[in-house]
Design a protein around this ligand. Structure first.
Ligand code: GLY
Ligand code: MN
Ligand code: MN
Length: 437
């Protein structure tokens, strides 16, 4: 829900961080053609959304905390009754000022001719180079132009600073209203996973589960999946980013679902793995119990002061021990961790930041070292074990088993809160849900 005060508070915090010598240019990404003249649905760039709540394409925000007037400047598409009949209503320049908090608003087409003056004489230009070639060129032209006007008192910024330095630090530390959205996204996502478990008996197609999941998201008022929904049955569960979702579930398959609802632009990111026939086989049970115990211990470690690297080290050690007892690897835990043989079956990281983006922004290191977790940071915890049907030198009973268990966790002052706790993951709960069909 749009609350102008929320976005004004974020801009204030950002301008405070920029300081009087900083100027920030934040721009939406270009709309993308899907084919012919049909576009992919537009989704606002998360930085623009975070600072304005503005949802239209072709939007640029320039923040100038050191300026006396025109501190918040927006470039937007002007009102155009004819175009609005085709593409929807526009806020226009008046809307940018009255609804979205701009001190001044200009038509988007005037950005190239006006930007140079708006960034003149700042010390730091906070701008995300390398995302949008056209915009990079526009910024380069503005800087080149300012080199020519130095004698007249308008010089270029002294440096260009990546948004990681200030804006993404703010986005990394979630504000209360962001946690509200993430809780809601998590709750809806839990319901969608349960709906999939109830539907996913042998014979049902993966895309049918995708459909019920995405339906549940939209029905509950979410904007849809925050990333392409993954439904992998049997061997497909061993492909990390399997989004084809076109196979039928076979008897005895484990089904891996990785899906997250985006609500108010914030996305959850849950993975659950469950037995389509309602009972884990002995081999599946062993793998599942290993991943679950590993994940639960990793979540317990996710407290202020710990690092994502520590969580990952725990998962590597715990899963490698399991791989040895399952007969997937031989030798000692120390040796197999050292030579990274475990990567054959656990080849991804344990955690990432979560928020407006599924792989959310925020630096993972400080001064070259993993940074300690702090209250307000949100991470996923998602160990997994994947044994492809054609993996060499593995026990036959383990072939075609892929298990990942993923929850979303907000760090609190004295520990953590599992945002996705409502989504069942205990073995008995899954068996009960999957057999009650
Ligand atoms: N769903 C993407 C991920 O788990 O990172
Ligand atoms: Mn994830
Ligand atoms: Mn995921």
């Amino acid at each position: 829900m749009f609350d102008p005060a929320v976005f004004a508070a974020r801009r204030d915090a950002y301008m405070q961080a920029l300081g009087p010598g900083g100027v920030a240019v934040v721009r939406s990404l270009p709309e993308r053609l899907r084919n012919g003249d049909a576009f992919h649905p537009f989704r606002q760039h998360s930085d623009v959304f975070y600072l304005t709540g503005f949802l239209e394409p072709d939007a640029t925000l320039i923040l100038r905390p050191g300026a006396e007037t025109e501190r918040v400047v927006m470039f937007v598409r002007p009102r155009d009754p004819e175009m609005e009949v085709w593409d929807g209503r526009r806020a226009g320049l008046e809307g940018a000022k009255h609804t979205y908090g701009a001190d001044t608003a200009f038509p988007a087409t005037e950005l190239p001719s006006r930007m140079w003056e708006l960034i003149a004489n700042c010390e730091e230009l906070h701008y995300s180079l390398g995302l949008d070639d056209q915009m990079d060129l526009m910024v380069a032209h503005a800087i080149a132009r300012l080199r020519k006007t130095e004698k007249k008192g308008k010089r270029p910024p002294r440096c260009v600073v990546d948004p990681r330095a200030a804006l993404h630090e703010l986005r990394l530390h979630k504000r209360p209203e962001e946690l509200v959205a993430l809780r809601k996204a998590s709750r809806i996502t839990g319901e969608a996973h349960v709906a999939a478990m109830k539907l996913g008996r042998p014979g049902v197609f993966e895309h049918e589960l995708e459909a019920v999941i995405n339906y549940t998201f939209r029905k509950a008022g979410g904007s849809g999946p925050g990333y392409a929904t993954i439904v992998g049955a049997g061997d497909n569960a061993t492909i990390l980013h399997y989004i084809d979702n076109r196979s039928a579930i076979a008897d005895g398959d484990l089904v891996l679902v990785d899906a997250g609802c985006e609500y108010d632009h914030y996305t959850a990111d849950i993975t659950r793995t469950w037995p389509a026939s309602g009972r884990f086989t002995a081999a599946q049970r062993k793998v599942y119990e290993l991943v679950l115990a590993t994940q639960q211990a990793a979540i317990a470690l996710a407290t202020p002061g710990a690092t994502i690297d520590q969580l990952h080290e725990h998962c590597v050690k715990s899963l490698t021990e399991g791989m040895l007892s399952l007969g997937l690897l031989t030798g000692t835990v120390e040796d197999r961790v050292a030579d990274q043989a475990y990567r054959k079956f656990f080849m991804h990281g344990t955690s990432h930041w979560l928020g407006l983006d599924v792989h959310d922004v925020g630096a993972y290191t400080k001064a070259g070292k993993a940074r300690p977790l702090e209250a307000g940071m949100v991470i996923t915890v998602e160990p997994g074990l994947y044994i492809a049907h054609d993996a060499p030198d593995v026990p036959d009973e383990l072939r075609g088993i892929g298990v990942r268990i993923e929850d979303d966790v907000v760090i609190t002052v004295d520990g953590n809160e599992v945002l996705t706790a409502s989504c069942p993951k205990q073995l008995e709960e899954l068996e009960a849900l999957c057999s009650a069909r």
